[in-house]
Design a protein. Structure first.
Length: 135
């Protein structure tokens, strides 16, 4: 009869390593200091200097964000999180974009990654009155 104890011990150890990794990731998240819910207009610039306009709608539940993305060549869902004033999300599209940034009121700025290349991006929340217009 085979001794399954070594396999069982290995599987238990692997499970604990995976569980520890997920727990430490969750502990790294700070409570969100901002609410990004709403529609945002994104202007991005690639390493080559090409600009493109995109739109994203965020739905925020605690640290988690989800929503929709619409760009010039593709559209789909998004998935990500907010930690403090930092935001990270990916597009759930055939050509996945990875956004990282810092939220400052109704603007966000950061970097976007695509196929090993990076670019800069800024976003403005739509439907919010401009403070300069209000006396």
């Amino acid at each position: 009869m085979k001794d399954f104890r070594p396999k069982f011990i290995f599987l238990c150890a692997a499970f604990l390593v995976i569980l520890a990794g997920k727990t430490s990731w969750a502990q790294d998240l700070k409570p969100p200091a901002v609410d990004v819910t709403g529609t945002w207009s994104i202007l991005s610039e690639s390493e080559e200097g090409r600009e493109s306009l995109k739109t994203v709608e965020f739905i925020q539940e605690g640290n988690q964000i989800r929503g929709t993305f619409k760009g010039p060549n593709q559209s789909g869902g998004i998935s990500g999180f907010v930690s403090g004033k930092h935001i990270r999300f990916i597009t759930l599209t055939p050509n996945q974009l990875k956004f990282r940034g810092r939220v400052d009121g109704n603007t966000i700025s950061g970097t976007v990654g695509f196929r090993g290349k990076t670019g800069e991006w800024t976003a403005t929340r739509l439907g919010v009155p401009n403070a300069a217009q209000n006396p």
